[in-house]
Design a protein around this ligand. Structure first.
Ligand SMILES: *Cc1c(COP(=O)(O)O)cnc(C)c1O
Length: 404
């Protein structure tokens, strides 16, 4: 970690306390433009930030200011997007397993909808007139990554199977539903660009069956490095290859289409820093534990996905390297990192987790009746408090008291 960054994080934790999430918009902006640039050979490209990665209203507003659209998976995310100032047409709602009632409420807002279920498609076509839809196809390719986050495999609940294309077409013909877009999202972590391109080929074949599309949405799965030597999706190579195919396809299709992506992790992961304080050091027969004032209630990815987050001692960046197992205070196994080489940790030091911008705060909970951390947004290097630290009153705010 750079010394200017360490200094900045030290100052922030002094001012706002720990645990603390910090997001740097300079990094978000850089990622956003890097991705756009990779697809510069395509005339119309639209990025829709998949906001489940980080739904703080200020983060959403920042994406709006960049010109991004929004990919949402719940009515609440749609509502947050509207509150952040997005035009309904810039929001795409990609639900799975939700009720038709929720779908009806969402389309009353005029947002775009992506349908991933034949039964819903049929009901939608019969009940809702003159409302174009996008269809989520499952091409059954495995883009790699963690089984919890890969969505393209045969047993996956996501999308409408490519093998059901005849059934999709029958519903479209029977109901007269207008299909404006075709979509796939094969899950996080594109490890192999060629596999992704195979999926794209499948999607082009599907697209031919629909005669008035406006866009093709290739979902996401752009992988970012979490540690040294980690694989990162080669977006420039992907951009070059996909642009060639996309431009050829547009010629065949005789219509200019918009290429869409909906990245979450790629846009925000590296912008985030999570700072915790060290409560105690505990020596056991086999290791040295650094026990911190946080747990999987604040950052669940290590326990849930076996994710690796770099851990840095920002209070002692010059200290000699020692080996630690960093654990939380939750009363069950709650390990952030095992056998990590970290600059010597003393009780009271502040540790920083990197890659804490995506799926960290947004997956946090109040387990053990702990309070959620505060969040800071760095805008032009100036810190803004974008969520205050919770208090006990927040925990009690939904409780109905009865006398027993
Ligand atoms: C979660 C999700 C994304 C974002 O995935 P990342 O790996 O964070 O880029 C995109 N599209 C859909 C439909 C999703 O559910």
């Amino acid at each position: 970690m750079e010394s200017a960054r360490i200094q900045q994080l030290q100052n922030l934790v002094k001012e706002f306390g720990a645990p603390l999430y910090v997001y740097d918009t300079a990094i978000i902006k850089n990622q956003y433009h890097k991705l756009l640039k990779a697809f510069k050979n395509i005339k119309k490209v639209k990025l829709n930030y998949a906001c489940k990665a980080n739904t703080n209203l200020a983060v959403l507003k920042y994406f709006k200011s960049l010109g991004s659209g929004l990919d949402t998976v719940s009515i609440q995310e749609v509502q947050l997007g509207l509150l952040a100032g997005f035009d309904p047409k810039e929001i795409i709602y990609t639900p799975n397993g939700v009720s038709f009632k929720e779908i009806k409420q969402v389309i009353e807002q005029g947002v775009r909808i992506n349908i991933d279920n034949l039964s819903i498609l049929e009901t939608f076509g019969q009940e809702i007139k003159n409302y174009p839809v996008c269809i989520r196809i499952n091409p059954h390719i495995l883009a790699g990554g963690n089984t919890k986050i890969s969505t393209g495999h045969i047993d996956s609940k996501f999308g409408i199977s490519i093998h059901q294309l005849p059934h999709i077409l029958r519903i479209v013909n029977n109901t007269g539903i207008k299909v404006e877009g075709i979509h796939m999202h094969t899950g996080s972590d594109i490890l192999d660009v060629e596999v992704f391109l195979q999926g794209a080929e499948i999607l082009f074949n599907v697209a031919k069956e629909f005669h008035d599309l406006d866009y093709i949405d290739f979902g996401s799965g752009f992988k970012v490095p979490y540690k040294k030597g980690d694989h990162e999706t080669d977006i420039n190579y992907l951009g070059k290859k996909l642009a060639e195919r996309f431009n050829d396809f547009q010629k065949e299709y005789h219509k200019e289409l918009t290429l869409m992506f909906e990245p979450g992790k790629y846009l925000v992961s590296q912008s985030g820093f999570f700072i915790v304080s060290v409560n105690v050091i505990k020596q056991t027969t086999s290791t040295v534990f650094a026990e911190v004032d946080s747990g999987f209630n604040h950052l669940i990815r290590p326990m849930f996905y076996n994710a690796y987050h770099n851990i840095f001692n920002i209070s002692n960046p010059e200290g000699r390297h020692r080996f630690y197992t960093v654990v939380g205070y939750i009363c069950e196994t709650d390990t952030f990192g095992t056998n990590r080489k970290i600059n010597e940790i003393r009780e009271g030091d502040f540790l920083c987790f990197e890659n804490a911008g995506a799926y960290c705060f947004s997956m946090s909970s109040n387990y053990n009746s702990r309070l959620k951390p505060a969040e800071i947004l760095l805008l032009d290097n100036k810190p803004y408090l974008i969520r205050r630290r919770e208090t006990l009153n927040d925990l009690l705010s939904t409780t109905e008291e009865i006398s027993i």
